[in-house]
Design a protein around this ligand. Structure first.
Ligand code: TEU
Ligand code: CA
Length: 556
């Protein structure tokens, strides 16, 4: 029997921006409960909630100060229990986000750890003496600045891969690991159905802590080789599996930045006992010179296609992959890979949905993508809320490296806040998200792009997602069939076949805004093909309209 999650679709909720029930401008757990019928209607099976725990909010909840308390902004444990019960009644599973690479500096463990070099919690974190009047090595943090913070209470530095308010936990310490596993077990006992593990590829550090390679002109060195896929990461995951996962029926997915086709079968191998599936980020973490992610360059279609085919081939029969084009750390997928212009908005949103849901793996829908939500017109840096955007402004604009207009353009294309604007429920004030001014601006296009309008319109993006999700339930070919890449060098068409049990499905899609002919190598087999699903009216197998996506069953 296949594990249940192979036929399932996961929906990611960013609680701050999903639905505000108590009118304080911040989404909350009661808000999610109110929208369960909507999610059930969409047909998704699993809800992954971005962190809901107590947190000072330096990184919107990815800085946890109590792994077992609910953030009061989101509600109470009773609200969580009600959400869990109501979700389960509707056949919806709940997967929690676990941030175990680091905690908040306000976590009691860290508060203790700081106190002295001999405190019993000292080794819950990574402390080192400085070198030559500076930090222990040259590593830079993901959010800018050094990855080490000096703490004068004990005269040592602690490691923080992200913000200084997110000290890295020391997985070398068996007591720390046991404490984390106990936390996970208690959530399982409460009835949660799985976990998404934040930056899980980073939990094991090279204990030599050497300097990292420094790009020309850069202030800091790269910690990558010493922190990604560190020496003990698989040992830890096997241990966590043995201590926690093996006792429950769970879905576990790793946020596996930097994962490669060689180590993916270790992290999420079908025969391994680590994680069920992994996220890879090669198609979204694209870097352009000279400022890395801060660029307004359009994505490269051929590169995008080749890397998905690479991953699909590498996973076949070996590992299981999570499929996605956007999440809470990325701009809106429609703005990035599709076309926002009114004539193409809905069609390209549907085509992108097909290209994800018709692959082999488990599709993830990020909240609002099922409506074709797009990037917001943030006008000034004051409109941005995210620590990454604000730090980058400080590091790059205030130092004169990038002009303000250029940086605003780059942020408009790449900032994480693009995915964090409130869900667009209807065309009333604040898009029906809240009775108050939301914590971050609403995209003004909510007047036309909203759930209420789409629920009743048969050809809406929402109803197209519904059909696509239903297809995965009714047709084993999508969850179990092989995937055969086609036209690997074609600059506009993304096409593949799925094959299972003697049946063949042909998917073809046009990623450009001009009509294209379908090459004869594909049309030759399409003679008696029967249409399964399309995003255009009256599709013909020999040519594709702009942003057309169609899937056919081949006969004979
Ligand atoms: O993200 C890990 C991560 O390194 C990136 O997604 C990063 O935030 C992005 O590339 C910056 O451009 C996870 C969470 O998903 C993210 O929200 C957190 O900020 C981060 O970990 C720290 O917990
Ligand atoms: Ca609220």
């Amino acid at each position: 029997m296949q594990p249940w999650w192979k036929k399932f679709v996961v929906y990611q909720i960013y609680p701050r921006s999903f639905m505000d029930a108590n009118g304080d401008g911040i989404g909350d757990l009661k808000g999610i409960s109110q929208k369960l019928n909507y999610l059930q209607r969409l047909g998704v099976d699993v809800l992954w909630l971005s962190p809901i725990y107590q947190s000072p909010g330096d990184d919107n909840g990815y800085d946890i100060s109590d792994y077992e308390a609910i953030n009061p902004e989101f509600g109470t444990m009773a609200d969580f229990e009600e959400l869990l019960t109501e979700a389960h009644k509707r056949g919806l599973k709940i997967v929690l986000d676990q941030v175990l690479n680091h905690s908040s500096d306000e976590h009691p463990w860290f508060q203790e750890s700081r106190k002295s070099k001999t405190n019993p919690y000292r080794d819950y974190y990574i402390w080192r003496a400085g070198k030559e009047g500076g930090p222990p090595n040259n590593w830079g943090s993901v959010f800018g600045g050094s990855a080490w913070q000096y703490d004068d209470l004990s005269g040592e530095y602690y490691l923080h891969s992200f913000s200084p308010k997110q000290p890295d936990l020391n997985w070398e310490n068996p007591k720390l690991r046991a404490a984390l596993y106990a936390i996970l077990r208690r959530w399982c006992e409460r009835g949660v159905d799985g976990f998404r593990f934040d930056v899980i590829t980073m939990i094991s550090k090279d204990q030599r802590f050497p300097d990292g390679e420094r790009q020309a002109g850069a202030t800091y060195g790269d910690f990558g080789p010493y922190m990604l896929h560190g020496p003990r990461v698989h040992e830890y995951l096997e241990e966590m599996n043995r201590e926690v996962f093996s006792h429950y029926d769970l879905l576990t997915v790793g946020e596996c930045g930097g994962i490669t086709i060689d180590n993916a079968p270790l992290y999420a191998g079908l025969e391994r006992k680590e994680l069920d599936m992994f996220f890879q980020f090669e198609h979204v973490d694209t870097w352009d010179p000279p400022f890395g992610k801060w660029t307004d360059a359009r994505f490269d279609f051929l590169q995008h296609k080749r890397l998905f085919f690479k991953w699909q081939k590498a996973c076949a029969g070996k590992a299981w992959m999570a499929l996605f084009l956007g999440n809470h750390d990325q701009p809106r997928l429609l703005s990035r890979f599709g076309d926002e212009r009114p004539q193409w908005r809905e069609r390209s949103a549907k085509m992108l949905a097909m290209s994800t849901h018709l692959m082999l793996g488990t599709p993830y829908v990020y909240q609002g993508d099922e409506l074709g939500m797009s990037n917001a017109p943030f006008a000034t840096i004051a409109d941005y809320r995210d620590i990454e955007a604000r730090n980058a402004w400080h590091d790059l604009v205030e130092t004169g490296q990038i002009s303000a207009p250029d940086m605003l353009r780059f942020l408009g294309k790449r900032s994480r806040d693009q995915a964090r604007t409130p869900m667009q429920w209807d065309n009333t004030a604040h898009a029906g998200f809240s009775a108050a001014d939301p914590w971050i601006m609403v995209n003004p296009n909510y007047l036309t792009v909203n759930a209420e309008e789409q629920l009743t319109r048969p050809d809406s993006v929402f109803n197209f997602y519904r059909r696509l999700i239903a297809l995965r339930k009714s047709e084993d070919i999508l969850s179990a069939g092989d995937l055969l890449p086609q036209l690997e060098d074609d600059a506009q068409i993304f096409a593949w076949q799925r094959r299972y049990d003697g049946r063949v499905w042909q998917f073809i899609s046009n990623w450009s805004d001009v009509e294209v002919e379908v090459p004869t190598e594909l049309t030759a087999a399409m003679g008696a093909a029967e249409l399964v699903l399309s995003n255009v009216e009256s599709p013909v197998p020999t040519s594709l309209q702009p942003y057309e996506g169609t899937v056919w069953e081949l006969k004979g």
